[in-house]
Design a protein around this ligand. Structure first.
Ligand code: PMV
Length: 315
């Protein structure tokens, strides 16, 4: 057993396919390395959590952290260890559709396994993370756990093994936070309502969103960033029809397009959270990010989409 061990995980962004993935269509999720979680595990006299949200004995942690409490209990039980102190630092904003809770679970599990000097296997890791995610979200599709633990984009379908594929795109993604918590539970319920009152039209939208996701995967593999931008724009129009966008997201999407974005859309559950825009190069991305900030975005991040150095190194 090591003295102290560290685990890391990144955030995630859904590039295409949110909401349609609930109805069996594919979605593409990207690991979002601009936002990360680091966890450390170490022996301690009693179980202790140290994070920006709560610091103190694990028994006193608020119910909002039940997922983490249970995860640590489970790991302690499975590996028959004594009490631990778990320290967490994160740059992933909570409840913005960036997979914060899954990333914390990935980082903590990784730190624990490293502390126990147990080799990490993808299935073993995801089992722990999905257990924690079920406590956090009820019935997660599993896309967050898969995307926050990996380093490649994934094509994700419910109940299917996810398919990692390489990013091969000359382009740069801008992520902008509306500053408002996402409303995933509400929007998923509202799409379900639409499906029950207007099944034919709603199914058509969902099917088209699935087709757009498949086309997006092809566009990424063929390095067609302009085509990908058009697909993102069409997806945004369909998400508006599903009523999951809102005035703030629509406004930021329009600002991005007015300032040279190849495409822009909401990401994740909608009616808050984040939007994404695709730029042809880092210079254009920096202009778009500045304009989004001027238009009210609370925070923006840039991420290169190809096998290039980190964007921050080019600017
Ligand atoms: O808001 P997020 O990032 O958790 O994404 C939700 C994605 C949905 O497709 C809307 C719901 C789901 O469970 O897949």
């Amino acid at each position: 057993m090591r003295e102290l061990a560290t685990g890391q995980a990144n955030g995630k962004i859904i590039l295409m396919g949110e909401h349609a993935v609930v109805y069996g269509e594919p979605a593409i999720a990207l690991p979002f390395s601009a936002a990360q979680v680091t966890a450390t595990i170490q022996s301690a006299p009693e179980d202790w959590l140290d994070s920006s949200y709560f610091s103190g004995p694990l028994t006193k942690a608020p119910t909002a952290l039940n997922n983490l409490k249970e995860l640590l209990h489970l790991l302690r039980h499975d590996f028959a260890t004594g009490p631990v102190i778990c320290r967490i630092t994160s740059t992933i904003p909570a409840e913005r559709g960036m997979g914060s809770s899954a990333a914390v679970a990935v980082a903590v599990t990784r730190a624990f396994l490293a502390w126990q000097q147990v080799e990490e296997t993808p299935t073993g890791l995801l089992q722990y993370v999905n257990t924690s995610e079920k406590i956090a979200h009820g019935n997660p599709s599993g896309i967050d756990a898969a995307a926050t633990s990996g380093t490649e984009p994934i094509l994700f379908e419910r109940q299917q093994p996810f398919i990692p594929f390489p990013l091969n795109l000359d382009g740069c993604l801008i992520v902008a936070d509306t500053g408002v918590k996402g409303k995933t539970r509400d929007t998923v319920a509202d799409v379900a309502h639409l499906m029950s009152v207007a099944p034919t039209a709603t199914k058509q939208i969902i099917t088209r969103l699935g087709d757009l996701t498949r086309e997006a995967k092809t566009a990424i593999s063929a390095n067609q960033s302009y085509h990908l931008g058009n697909l993102m724009n069409e997806a945004q129009a369909l998400l508006q029809q599903l009523s999951v966008s809102n005035g703030t997201l629509d406004h930021l999407v329009q600002v991005a397009l007015n300032n040279g974005a190849l495409g822009a859309k909401l990401t994740g559950g909608g009616r808050g959270g984040c939007m994404i825009a695709l730029a042809s190069d880092p210079q254009s991305a920096a202009i778009i990010a500045n304009q989004l900030t001027a238009a009210g975005a609370q925070e923006t991040w840039l991420q290169a989409l190809g096998c290039r150095p980190a964007v921050s190194a080019w600017l």
